[in-house]
Design a protein around this ligand. Structure first.
Ligand SMILES: [Zn+2]
Length: 137
């Protein structure tokens, strides 16, 4: 019992959020259930981490493989993120890209990640280090 509690406490502080790079350039963050719980994704369960349900297949996401897709503001499981990135075309209209950028940056900031999304002069979304974001005049 004590070992289980110790493991939970240890895991709780083991943050690992990272960018999930993909061919379609969807802005996706892979996180674990501790981080997802901190962000209020999933269903709260008293005394435990949230139960994170995939927004596509409705199955429970694996604790270390929760994928936040900024363009749809939703978390997906490890199977569905592959399917999503393979089959879902990236939105290209300004409103959708603004939405994706804003949600990605909000979540990246809350997770203390160094990456942020910016728009290039030709309108594409790219990920750069937040320290390298050009200052506007
Ligand atoms: Zn799924």
């Amino acid at each position: 019992m004590f070992e289980k509690i110790a493991a939970l406490i240890f895991n709780y502080f083991e943050f690992m959020a990272k960018i999930y790079y993909n061919n379609q350039q969807h802005l996706v963050i892979q996180m674990n259930v501790n981080e997802a719980t901190e962000l209020n994704f999933g269903i709260p369960i008293t005394g435990l981490q949230n139960l994170c349900i995939c927004g596509t297949c409705n199955n429970e996401c694996k604790p270390e493989e929760i994928y936040y897709v900024a363009g749809i503001n939703e978390v997906l499981c490890c199977d569905c993120i592959i399917d999503f990135c393979k089959n879902m075309n990236h939105y290209t209209d300004d409103n959708s890209l603004d939405y994706e950028q804003a949600h990605f940056n909000k979540i990246a900031e809350k997770l203390n990640m160094k990456e942020r999304a910016i728009r290039t002069t030709d309108g594409k979304l790219i990920i750069i280090n937040k320290d390298n974001i050009p200052v506007k005049d």
